[in-house]
Design a protein around this ligand. Structure first.
Ligand SMILES: *[C@@H]1O[C@H](CO)[C@@H](O)[C@H](O)[C@H]1NC(C)=O
Ligand SMILES: *[C@@H]1O[C@H](CO)[C@@H](O)[C@H](O)[C@H]1NC(C)=O
Ligand SMILES: *[C@@H]1O[C@H](CO)[C@@H](O)[C@H](O)[C@H]1NC(C)=O
Ligand SMILES: *[C@@H]1O[C@H](CO)[C@@H](O)[C@H](O)[C@H]1NC(C)=O
Ligand SMILES: *[C@@H]1O[C@H](CO)[C@@H](O)[C@H](O)[C@H]1NC(C)=O
Ligand SMILES: *[C@@H]1O[C@H](CO)[C@@H](O)[C@H](O)[C@H]1NC(C)=O
Ligand SMILES: *[C@@H]1O[C@H](CO)[C@@H](O)[C@H](O)[C@H]1NC(C)=O
Ligand SMILES: *[C@@H]1O[C@H](CO)[C@@H](O)[C@H](O)[C@H]1NC(C)=O
Length: 424
């Protein structure tokens, strides 16, 4: 159903679409060739997976760390948790803590150097929620030693919606109007290599009927999932009703009703609240203007935080994602929602604001993220899983900020060559 209320400007993902036009504000950045030359060349050399024994390391099992054991990696996979039988590269894991590689479930990452940057923070899987140009995004898939990359295609954005206004360079004939055949639009995105379909629910966005049609097309024709942007109470209701798989963001314009929270849980939908971007937006006066957050309106950071807490307490699965865009220029001023670091911030939000235990927060970026987004080959440290691993110097169950205390990491058994050493 079309709704008639006008929200001044939707929070959250407006950054995304404009990011393509504004990224990095280097001269010529809007020109694809210049962009490619500046940011789409790998700086690090691809390496091969080596048989590796991580010795005497404590291993996270989803709730606690084990006594020291030796984890063997071979051919990109975890092959043994009790040592390697053949000669291998030795890594001293004494006093260290091994967790699964982190899955960042909501970014707008469009270039290789940003992929290198995010990988340096222990991120081993990245999901990009709106890829406008598959030619630009797809080279990021299957880069040895860099986070593995999954993407949506072009988001289903409505004519006359806030997301259209935020993205003036998007070709008008790709917008969804009342007469658009959304089955064809969805088919086009999957034909173009999308791993999942993205829908933007908002005022003047696709109608509920159109959202349902896109969800059904993705499910029945492609056996793929849909992710629906929703950052208001109204959009949450539509997202829930459409039976989309993942609801992205969290309403900040009111408090979610117990009935919708129950519905989301009972329908087996999950939520990626991206509290991180709300924290950034409400903190920064420039971003507040950009996101149309007006003093005295019904929108507040407290609403976003309370809603996330209510979903958690209501038993809804929460997945860690940040809405990071890197750096961009807003009205002539540089703002940054950095890649990588912000995923660690989201884990801190989950503990300090939402009330998760540190183990639950880690799971939201590992096993829970993998399970709900159908990545059965990763998310936990078990024989047969991909060797996506992060070795920490200090115990993240004692302080979630310790996920930043990274010693080494591996992507599919390839040791990551550049680690950002950081704390809190
Ligand atoms: C997509 O990106 C590629 C590589 O950067 C560029 O050559 C091409 O012109 C872009 N296509 C569109 C439609 O922008
Ligand atoms: C492994 O590291 C521990 C702690 O730093 C150290 O005490 C030990 O000597 C190291 N073992 C080897 C074989 O280097
Ligand atoms: C990657 O990180 C470096 C260092 O933090 C920063 O200078 C650079 O701009 C980042 N690159 C991209 C493409 O974001
Ligand atoms: C993929 O999308 C681009 C525009 O981003 C378009 O030029 C191209 O034809 C599409 N490819 C397919 C196979 O649909
Ligand atoms: C929409 O497109 C699909 C796929 O091409 C087609 O089967 C269907 O009939 C179209 N729907 C309408 C209302 O034209
Ligand atoms: C918040 O205010 C906007 C603008 O007045 C209104 O359209 C919207 O329905 C309000 N949100 C809720 C949950 O009432
Ligand atoms: C842009 O910046 C100018 C000058 O600093 C300011 O007057 C204006 O309000 C800003 N507009 C927005 C939309 O941020
Ligand atoms: C966790 O570590 C951070 C960074 O070292 C520190 O600022 C914070 O106070 C610590 N929290 C607790 C509860 O110890």
């Amino acid at each position: 159903m079309r709704t008639t209320y006008i929200q001044p400007c939707l929070l959250a993902l407006q950054l995304l679409e404009t990011a393509t036009a504004c990224l990095f504000h280097v001269p010529g950045a809007n020109d694809d060739d210049a962009y490619k030359a500046v940011n789409n060349e790998r700086r690090s050399l691809p390496k091969e997976a080596e048989r590796t024994a991580i010795q005497d390391v404590r291993v996270f099992d989803g709730s606690k760390f084990s006594i020291p054991q030796t984890v063997c990696l071979d051919g990109g996979y975890i092959v043994n948790l009790k040592g390697c039988h053949t000669s291998s590269k030795m890594i001293n894991g004494t006093g260290k803590f091994l967790i699964p590689g982190l899955i960042e479930s909501h970014t707008h990452l469009t270039d290789m150097q940003s992929l290198e940057n995010i990988t340096s923070y222990g991120v081993t899987t990245v999901r990009q929620l709106n890829c406008r140009n598959s030619t630009r995004c797809d080279p990021m898939k299957n880069q040895p030693g860099l986070a593995s990359f999954y993407r949506a295609g072009m988001s289903a954005v409505g004519k006359g919606s806030m997301h259209e206004k935020q993205d003036p360079t998007r070709p008008k004939d790709t917008l969804i109007g009342p007469d658009t055949n959304v089955t064809e639009f969805t088919e086009w995105q999957f034909r173009n290599g999308s791993d999942f379909h993205k829908i933007t629910a908002e005022v003047n966005g696709p109608s509920l009927e159109q959202q349902v049609e896109m969800v059904q097309t993705a499910h029945s024709q492609y056996q793929k999932q849909t992710m629906t942007h929703a950052s208001s109470i109204m959009a949450y209701q539509q997202a829930a009703d459409s039976l989309t798989d993942g609801i992205q963001h969290i309403p900040d314009d009111g408090i979610l009703d117990a009935s919708i929270i129950r519905k989301i849980r009972e329908q087996n939908q999950f939520v990626t609240p991206t509290l991180n971007v709300f924290e950034y937006a409400y903190r920064d006066p420039i971003l507040q203007i950009f996101f149309g957050i007006e003093p005295g309106s019904n929108r507040s950071l407290e609403n976003a935080e309370t809603n996330t807490r209510l979903l958690y307490q209501g038993g809804v699965a929460l997945v860690a994602g940040t809405d990071a865009v890197g750096s961009m220029s807003v009205n002539g001023t540089e703002v940054s929602v950095p890649f990588g670091l912000t995923l660690h911030y989201e884990l801190q939000n989950f503990v300090n604001i939402v009330g998760m235990s540190p183990a639950e927060a880690i799971n939201a970026a590992t096993r829970v993220a993998a399970t709900w987004q159908r990545l059965p080959d990763r998310g936990s440290i078990e024989v047969g899983k991909r060797a996506d691993l992060v070795m920490l110097n200090s115990n993240p169950l004692l302080n979630i900020s310790n996920t930043l205390d990274i010693q080494k990491s591996w992507v599919a058994g390839v040791e990551v060559s550049s680690i950002t050493k950081s704390s809190a």
